[in-house]
Write a protein that binds this ligand. Structure first.
Ligand code: BGC
Length: 251
């Protein structure tokens, strides 16, 4: 009989990605599946895609708990913000919606918190005491704050106000792409952002997650901070791995 693994599913603005996760190793137990996020990304449509991904892994993931990440504040399964998603999500009990649709235990959490949990368990934050900040740089800026390995959920540090603007509109990877910034010019925005964050929290370690974590050699060299700053050990896979891990913890 095939071994069974919990599933992690990362709901993003452009793609919904999922994989079964081997929690002993902290890695995917099978190749990740990615489906385009449906136009408009309503809760029902996203639930359908999530159900499709769960179905695709029916053999390795049968009856296993499912962890789902959302790019939003999520408290007790309910989405409470919508910076980069359809406002229709606000007030939706995504945990109940997905559990009903999938017929199994579902845990829903913020995407950066999930990536952070994975970094603490298996990646760059493993064994680090004190204050660790995991910041994901993508469409928005996500944040996961840990104190001695314990998560303070939903910190939303991407929305700090910086120079009169919502920080993520200036320093997220989407700003680099939209404004066609060189790595060095984008790094100036990161410098401004992370020096502010460092002034507020005095972290012991900052971990950079998100898709752009694999290009860290292009911009981290320009940053001059008090805090050690490193790319995510799991690169962009942390969201899925952390979601699966939380699903098992909370099942
Ligand atoms: C959202 C966060 C999310 C981050 C990364 C922000 O705009 O408010 O909840 O973690 O984007 O996706």
């Amino acid at each position: 009989m095939a071994k069974h693994y919990p599933l992690g599913i990362d709901v993003g603005g452009s793609g919904i990605k999922g994989a079964p996760v081997d929690l002993k190793k902290g890695e995917f137990a099978a190749d990740r599946l990615r489906i385009e996020t449906p136009e408009g990304a309503s809760p029902q449509d996203v639930a359908d895609v999530v159900a499709g991904i769960v179905e695709a892994f029916a053999r390795v993931g049968a009856d296993q708990p499912v962890g789902v990440t959302m790019p939003a504040v999520v408290r007790r399964g309910v989405v409470e913000s919508a910076a980069n998603i359809d406002p229709a999500w606000i007030g939706t009990d995504v945990e109940a919606l997905m559990a009903e649709r999938l017929g199994r235990s579902v845990t829903v959490l913020n995407d950066a918190d999930a990536a952070g949990v994975a970094e603490i368990e298996y990646g760059a934050g493993r064994g680090v005491q004190g204050v660790v900040l995991v910041a994901t740089l993508g469409t928005g800026i996500g944040s996961a704050l840990f104190v001695d390995g314990i998560l303070v959920p939903n910190t939303e540090l991407g929305h700090l106000e910086l120079d009169g603007a919502d920080a993520e509109t200036r320093a997220a990877n989407s700003a680099r792409e939209r404004e066609d910034l060189s790595w060095e010019d984008w790094a100036k925005r990161l410098q401004r952002y992370f020096s502010h964050v460092e002034g507020l929290f005095s972290p012991d370690l900052i971990v950079i997650g998100g898709g752009v974590s694999k290009k860290a050699d292009k911009y981290l060299k320009y940053l001059d901070l008090r805090t050690k700053i490193v790319p995510a050990g799991l690169l962009n896979d942390g969201g899925i791995i952390g979601a699966a891990s939380q699903a098992v913890t909370h099942a």
